[in-house]
Design a protein around this ligand. Structure first.
Ligand SMILES: C[S@@+](CC[C@H](N)C(=O)[O-])C[C@H]1O[C@@H](n2cnc3c(N)ncnc32)[C@H](O)[C@@H]1O
Length: 373
């Protein structure tokens, strides 16, 4: 129980029920480089909950050669689940390494990096954006109903609001997002709150986990942004174990945000690619979600409405221009006249929802609850 002694009571409470943390605590962990007892290292909650990451003495002289068989075995020893993840990632890395360097660079630059860095442009400020629909995130986490000892994945986690809600329900939680900036922020927030969540950078089209790794899979307004919805939906099914559960929160197809995207945002966006990328709002109907998810899941749907409340249109604008990465990126590409026209159109749109006490904009969403066949 060496590591547990070094955890604060909050950390032990937060992560102590996770199988990984429990097993890391049960045995005396050996350094992945030299094989000696690592009890003199500090127990960091995120690391304790993430046994796939090597634990070494910070000053271990064997560290430089720590990539041999002993190192790999020791990583597997910490957790069966994460060992499967490791093996999968190793296979995936080998596949990618076969692609010629020039193609890899192009793929990275065009398909992943641009979109991911746009989302990440607001950095940790994105957290304020999630706060504005926190009630819907609660709804979705509640319907996933994670239990102690279950392993749960939050796909396209952003700064991890939903992942933290899930972790507070005593499950072992992983969160993945393709934006490095948002994952860095998610890790910092979870660390501050002493929550042991395993955040990592990864693409929803190629999740860095083995088949059937999770008891539950969740995504709140995240996977809807995948550029290949069919592939992303298949990935949700692949990483969920048979009889495992799914909970997705998606904006309804005809919700006010879809109208705003059409009436305001498209006027200030570059011309779309040909064919245009799929709309995230296309996920927002039961028919479409059945098409995407029913091959793997039995589904049930529940509707909800999250009301945006702010004093006026200008405060909503400030939220978007500071906290919404895609808007930050879009604004950086506009000249001053277009920026000002964008701002005016955005504020006018929100002022339609003025009440005597401020703006109240109802945003309809659907939560899809699934059971893996
Ligand atoms: C509207 S935010 C939702 C974030 C968070 N789930 C929440 O509820 O606040 C959309 C998120 O999807 C992520 N995302 C979009 N496409 C992705 C992909 N292909 N793989 C991983 N993450 C993706 C973005 O980086 C962003 O964090």
């Amino acid at each position: 129980m060496a590591s547990a002694r070094r955890c604060s009571p909050e950390v032990t409470k937060a992560v102590g029920r996770s199988p990984q943390h429990a097993s890391a605590n049960r045995k005396v962990p050996s350094c992945t480089a030299c094989g000696e007892d690592t009890r003199r290292t500090r127990c960091d909650s995120a690391d304790a909950n993430r046994p796939a990451r090597a634990r070494t003495h910070p000053d271990c002289p064997s560290k430089a050669t720590g990539h041999g068989v002993a190192h790999f075995r020791s990583r597997i020893w910490f957790s069966g689940l994460s060992a499967r993840g490791l093996l999968y990632r190793e296979a995936s890395r080998r596949r990618i390494m076969k692609v010629p360097l020039s193609e890899r660079a192009t793929l990275m630059r065009n398909e992943v990096w641009t979109a991911a860095s746009s989302w990440g442009a607001a950095g940790s400020a994105y957290e304020r954006f999630s706060e504005h629909f926190a009630d819907a995130l609660h709804h979705c986490a509640q319907r996933l109903a994670p239990r102690a000892r279950e392993s749960i994945l939050d796909v396209a986690t952003g700064t991890g609001w939903t992942a933290r809600l899930l972790a507070s329900r005593a499950a072992t939680v992983s969160g993945v997002d393709y934006s490095e900036e948002l994952i860095t922020a998610a890790k910092a927030i979870a660390r501050d709150r002493r929550l042991g969540i395993a955040f990592e950078v990864g693409d929803a089209h190629d999740l860095p986990y083995a088949d059937h790794s999770f008891d539950g899979v969740c995504s709140t307004f995240g996977v809807i942004f995948a550029s290949d919805p069919e592939l992303a939906a298949r990935e949700l099914g692949r990483v969920c174990r048979p009889r495992g559960r799914l909970a997705l929160a998606v904006w309804a197809k005809d919700c006010v945000l879809a109208t705003m995207a059409r009436e305001v945002f498209t006027r200030f966006s570059p011309p779309p690619s040909d064919p245009p990328p799929p709309s995230p709002y296309a996920w927002g109907s039961e028919d479409r979600m059945r098409e995407l998810l029913e091959p793997a899941f039995d589904l049930y749907f529940e509707r909800g409405c999250s009301v945006l409340r702010e004093p006026d249109g200008d405060s909503v604008w400030r939220l978007w221009e500071q906290a919404h990465g895609l808007t930050v990126t879009r604004l950086a590409r506009l000249d001053d006249a277009s920026k000002s026209a964008f701002r005016d159109a955005f504020i006018d749109f929100h002022e339609r929802f003025r009440t005597p006490v401020g703006i109240a904009m109802p945003r309809d969403y659907i939560v899809a609850v699934g059971t893996r066949r």
